[in-house]
Design a protein around this ligand. Structure first.
Ligand code: IPM
Ligand code: MG
Length: 367
């Protein structure tokens, strides 16, 4: 049998730097755990625009559709801010999500013990936090038609459309219930059924899907209240399911509970392929961080944890994923810190590759 295939798209800003550390981890699993991958690399975002005049070349799109999983770094940067909307780096990422039909976006917000002091919230509010936001990723206001900037009378009007079909809601709801079954069996659905018809339908469909999961305790919350509750007492949640735009906002909010965006991975999953694996793209939640790009300061942990999610969700290697996560816990407990994780007491931060090397060492020690 041939090795599973991985397409790596480092992208822009700190993307290539953090991805270089992921390559060390991938190599380690190949050498030490007999988990070899066929790895190929390509361009996305501004890097693809510079080379091809488009943020995602058709050949890259075709390769992404053919591999077992895609690993993406980050896209975007100030250099591209004035580009036409249609060729902005972000369009490359949105095209990948849409054409791979990655409707279920898993964004864990987990507070590592060693970092509980880094949250802007009190330690007891966040210590031990482990929640999962499931964000619908291929529909809603990000993609709804009509959209555009139109002339109306003597002024312009900007239009976007929030649109959800029952089947689009049902499939992401199902993935959230499945996840809740494997975790704490609690699911909170967030919308604004008080002001939006799409929210009313969302709630109805989620309730309907929930009938197949009687063991899961289902609750509903207006998304604005959800934002407040996330900051007030986040440990009340296990799994949250919500639409594309609310999920974008709520997941950033949840991310900050943990103290650093540099720690948070994500998985974007679609329907199963012929080999039974879901179509999948894994990426850190942090962006391209142009302010620190090229300075060896970036924290590679979010990207490495994204690879751990790939091990778990694409390759059925939950035990190896746990090994990698434990190695990261260990390194943090040992006090190894990149600059974003330096407390007020200071200390000497490690570089991006210093952090990658420390994690490889902790992996060695796990054998
Ligand atoms: C995210 C990002 C993206 C989004 C951007 C880069 C298009 O904010 O993944 O959360 O809005 O979905
Ligand atoms: Mg976002």
């Amino acid at each position: 049998m041939s090795n599973p295939s991985l397409l790596i798209l480092p992208g822009d800003g700190i993307g290539p730097e953090v991805m270089a550390e992921v390559r060390k981890i991938i190599d380690w699993f190949g050498a030490k755990r007999g988990l070899a991958f066929d790895v190929s690399e390509d361009l996305v975002g501004g890097a693809a625009y510079d080379a091809h005049g488009t943020p995602l070349h058709d050949d890259t799109m075709a390769r992404a559709l053919a591999v077992d999983a895609v690993l993406l770094g980050a896209v975007g940067g100030p250099k591209y801010d004035n580009l036409d909307f249609s060729v902005k780096p972000e369009r490359g990422l949105l095209r990948l999500r849409k054409e791979m039909d990655l409707f279920s976006n898993l964004r864990p917000a987990q507070c590592f013990d060693a970092l509980a002091d880094f949250s802007s919230l009190k330690k007891d509010v966040v210590a031990g936090l482990d929640i999962m936001i499931v964000r619908e990723l291929t529909s809603g206001v990000y993609f709804g038609e009509p959209r555009g900037i139109f002339e109306e009378g003597n002024e312009r009007v900007g239009v976007n459309t929030q649109r959800y079909t029952e089947s689009e809601i049902a499939r992401v709801a199902k993935s959230a219930f499945e996840l809740a079954m494997r975790r704490g069996k609690k699911l909170c659905s967030m919308e604004k059924a008080n002001v939006m018809e799409s929210g009313i339908l969302w709630r109805e469909v989620v309730i309907e899907v929930g009938k197949d999961y009687p063991e899961v305790e289902l609750s509903h919350m207006y998304a604005d209240n959800g934002a407040m509750q996330l900051v007030r007492w986040p440990k009340q949640f296990d799994v949250i399911v919500t639409d594309n735009l609310f999920g974008d906002l709520l997941s950033d909010c949840a991310a900050m509970l943990t103290g650093s965006l540099g720690m948070l991975p994500s998985a974007s999953l679609g329907a199963p392929m012929a080999n039974g694996r879901p179509k999948a793209l894994y990426e850190p939640v942090h962006g391209s961080a142009p302010d620190i790009a090229g300075q060896a300061k970036a924290n590679p942990i979010a990207c490495i944890l994204s690879f751990a999610m790939a091990l778990r969700y694409s390759f059925d290697q939950g035990a190896e994923a746990a090994r990698l996560e434990a190695a990261i816990q260990q390194v943090l407990a040992d006090g190894v810190r990149t600059a974003d994780l330096m407390g007020p007491e200071g200390g000497v931060p490690v570089t991006t590759s210093g952090m990658g090397d420390a994690i490889v060492k902790a992996l060695d020690a796990s054998l």
